[in-house]
Ligand binder design. Structure first.
Ligand SMILES: [Fe+2]
Length: 264
């Protein structure tokens, strides 16, 4: 009888201890990540912490494009735009929702998860980045069917010139970085703050907000080009340089400039 009681006490204590250890560990992990599950509107961000052009929340959804799939012709053709949006982007969203669905911080703004992405599951990094980066990418494009000269306003050209000597020099440096980036990834114009612009490339679906990016390159993305082959292969095959040259014709400079102006 005594032996049974001892056995019972031992088993229940072991279970209780295990449970407390498990909960404690989980609580510690949650606290150390300090992830706030509130919605964007309830949070107070510094201008570099908040992206007004990405307000989607869990469960994430494919954004509607503000133009047709053929709108970027002749620079990016219809089939690439359609597959890129409905297949590639949608897959990132599906996988992101799956990665988050059972987590207690699933409602935290994606931009906040990026700041702690090094301690999160890699699926959140890859698919969260995929959703955020593409949502911005679509907004950074503007139709230009008549192939008009596409340049930023004089004011923004001046800002670019302050950092890169001239607008043409900025284009050259950005194109070189995008062309030379090894493998899949993105090339960005990043505002580290209102006084410092940088050209940065990131691998895969990383972006300059993520804590996995070197601190000297981290900041707010103003402009980005997708250099994954899925973004250009049907029309350009291996000719990434030609894709980049053509992409300048459809950069939505007003959108880029608005992002810059929104920074305080
Ligand atoms: Fe892409």
């Amino acid at each position: 009888m005594k032996q049974n009681r001892r056995k019972f006490l031992f088993t229940t204590s072991a279970f209780a201890f295990g449970w407390l250890f498990y909960r404690g560990g989980w609580l510690r992990a949650s606290t150390s990540m300090n992830i706030n599950p509130k919605k964007h509107s309830e949070l107070h961000y510094s201008p570099l912490d908040f992206d007004a052009d990405f307000l989607d929340t869990f469960p994430y959804k494919l954004p509607k494009l503000p133009y047709g799939y053929d709108a970027m012709e002749p620079f990016i053709e219809k089939q690439t735009m359609e597959i890129h949006h409905t297949k590639h982007h949608q897959t990132y969203i599906n996988n992101l929702n799956k990665a988050l669905e059972n987590l207690d911080f699933k409602n935290a703004p994606l931009i906040e998860l990026f700041r702690k992405v090094s301690v999160l599951d890699k699926s959140i990094r890859n698919n969260g980045g995929g959703h955020y980066n593409h949502t911005l990418f679509w907004q950074m494009l503007k139709p230009n069917p008549n192939k008009q000269n596409n340049v930023p306003s004089a004011g923004f050209q001046k800002i670019l010139a302050q950092h890169f000597k001239s607008f043409d020099e900025f284009k050259k440096q950005f194109s070189d970085a995008a062309a030379k980036h090894f493998g899949s990834g993105w090339c960005w114009l990043v505002a580290k703050n209102k006084n410092e612009l940088k050209i940065v490339t990131t691998p895969n679906q990383d972006n300059p907000i993520m804590d996995v990016v070197d601190a000297k390159d981290r900041g707010f993305p103003l402009l980005g080009i997708d250099v994954w082959e899925h973004a250009y292969y049907l029309k350009y095959q291996n000719r990434r340089v030609e894709y980049i040259e053509n992409w300048w014709n459809i950069v939505h400079w007003e959108f880029v400039e608005k992002r810059w102006n929104n920074l305080k």
